[in-house]
Design a protein around this ligand. Structure first.
Ligand SMILES: Cc1ncc(COP(=O)(O)O)c(C=O)c1O
Length: 445
């Protein structure tokens, strides 16, 4: 029997998804105003009416090489026919080792041990477990407190939710994990309309010292930081902030984890934001652009010291780290990631994105002349602007992305903030078109 809502019609006449409980979506509103896509290629989606929709957010920060890359499709097809699945517990396949090696070459410092997950959320939870396992292995099991920041987004596992600092993602889910303390975020009003790193706010790194004094360094496992906070609206760190956080972590023997689920794989102009900002963490998470969005995959890169400490803590026949997912290092995800990394490298896409960045940021910052825009931030290939709220918080932002989609622009919003993250294959004409549609639609709000 059909769910009553499954008989709802979209404007194009196809059935709306009544059974489909959509994530991070006002389900009722979606059914009244469905925003569908039935095809994607290059910089564009197409809806079921055949309208072409320019993708201003790489899907959701994933599709950095553009949609429907034949090289990735072919690698996926080939892998499915060659070796579709093998568990990663007690078994392995060559591409898992190959991909781990490729990632290790891209990471800064000695972040050479790569653990595979299926999403950013799993990468974050895995990083938390690695930090706890590391401290236990070196005889400091009391280090169990985690520090993160207000306005952070670290995914939706209970670990990641506890670390996150976005109220809507926390308030419905009880007390969650104990033992997480939040530093202040760095979005200070003095940096309004600041392009790149802010001149103000480096002193907010000292908030870490406040929490160390409160909880005791000997009880703290790790500090989680998104180098540039993405989902909350491209909060670029103040100049010198990340370096100072690193110094404080070192002085207190705290692990520093960079959550680079969005920042990693070229988005910040280098392989990882760690390299863009010249600060090397002890653990680094990634996901999103790793497979160009073609397969779900995340990964956690740890320093050699962390890996050795955990591995050497158990006997020769013993499992050292009781953690993993059925689909960790899935052969098809590995094949997709290898094909995506090949494209990024062969087509020089990180360099290409870096070259387009000034043009992109000029364009986004030109929106400053629109009265409704109250702040703009940007770094490398990501930028965000806030609009003045009207009605409930987020209502106007929600309306904005709906009207944009109707007008042919796919763009991610969080609350009353719009976030642009074009694919690295974007050209000036695509940026121009994004601005044209944005200006037109912002005037209607
Ligand atoms: C910094 C960060 N961490 C974790 C996640 C969670 O990733 P996923 O949605 O793949 O679980 C995200 C997703 O946007 C993210 O931006």
């Amino acid at each position: 029997m059909g769910h009553p809502e499954s008989r709802l019609q979209t404007p194009a006449g196809t059935l709306a998804p009544g059974h489909y409980w959509m994530p991070f979506t006002p389900n009722k509103d979606f059914r009244a105003h469905p925003m569908m896509a039935v095809k994607a290629e290059g910089m564009y989606y197409w809806n079921q009416r055949g309208d072409k929709i320019l993708d201003a957010s790489s899907g959701l920060f994933c599709v950095a090489a553009g949609h429907a890359r034949p090289e990735i499709a072919e690698a996926v097809r080939k892998q499915l026919m060659e070796l579709d699945f093998i568990p990663s517990f007690l078994r392995a396949h060559p591409k898992a080792f190959e991909l781990a090696g490729r990632i290790a070459k891209m990471t800064p410092g000695d972040l050479n041990s790569v653990f595979f997950t299926n999403s950013g959320s799993e990468a974050v939870d895995t990083a938390m477990k690695i930090a706890l396992a590391y401290h236990r292995a070196r005889g400091q099991a009391e280090r169990q407190v985690f520090i993160s920041r207000e306005r952070a987004y670290h995914g939706v596992g209970f670990g990641g939710v506890a670390l996150s600092g976005m109220a809507n993602n926390r308030r419905a889910f009880g007390v969650g994990l104990a033992g997480v303390a939040h530093m202040r975020h760095t979005h200070v009003p003095q940096n309004q309309f600041q392009r790149g790193e802010g001149d103000h706010g480096v002193e907010l790194a000292e908030d870490l010292t406040r929490l160390i004094n409160l909880h005791g360094a000997e009880n703290i496992a790790a500090v989680f930081i998104e180098p540039v906070a993405g989902s909350t609206g491209c909060l670029v760190p103040p100049k010198g902030y990340l370096k100072r956080v690193r110094e404080i972590c070192d002085a207190n023997k705290l692990l520093l984890v960079f959550d680079e689920v969005i920042c990693g794989i070229g988005r910040m102009g280098s392989n990882f934001a760690a390299q863009s900002f010249g600060v090397t963490p002890d653990i680094l998470t990634m996901a999103k652009a790793l497979t160009n969005g073609a397969q779900p995959m995340g990964a956690v890169a740890s320093s050699e010291r962390i890996y050795r400490t955990v591995i050497d803590s158990a006997g020769a026949q013993a499992v050292e780290f009781f953690h993993g997912y059925t689909y960790s290092a899935h052969p098809v995800s590995c094949a997709a990631a290898l094909a995506a990394l090949d494209i990024y490298e062969k087509d020089g896409l990180f360099q290409r994105a870096r070259a387009l960045s000034p043009y992109f940021l000029d364009a986004v910052f030109s929106l400053k002349d629109m009265g409704i825009v109250t702040d703009i931030r940007g770094y490398a290939s990501m930028a965000a602007f806030d609009i003045a709220p009207a009605g409930a918080p987020g209502a106007r932002g929600h309306e904005l992305q709906k009207r944009l989609y109707e007008s042919g622009l796919h763009l991610k919003t969080t609350g009353d903030t719009a976030i642009l993250a074009p694919a690295f294959v974007a050209q000036k004409q695509h940026i121009d078109r994004m601005m044209e549609v944005l200006r037109k639609v912002l005037k209607t709000l």
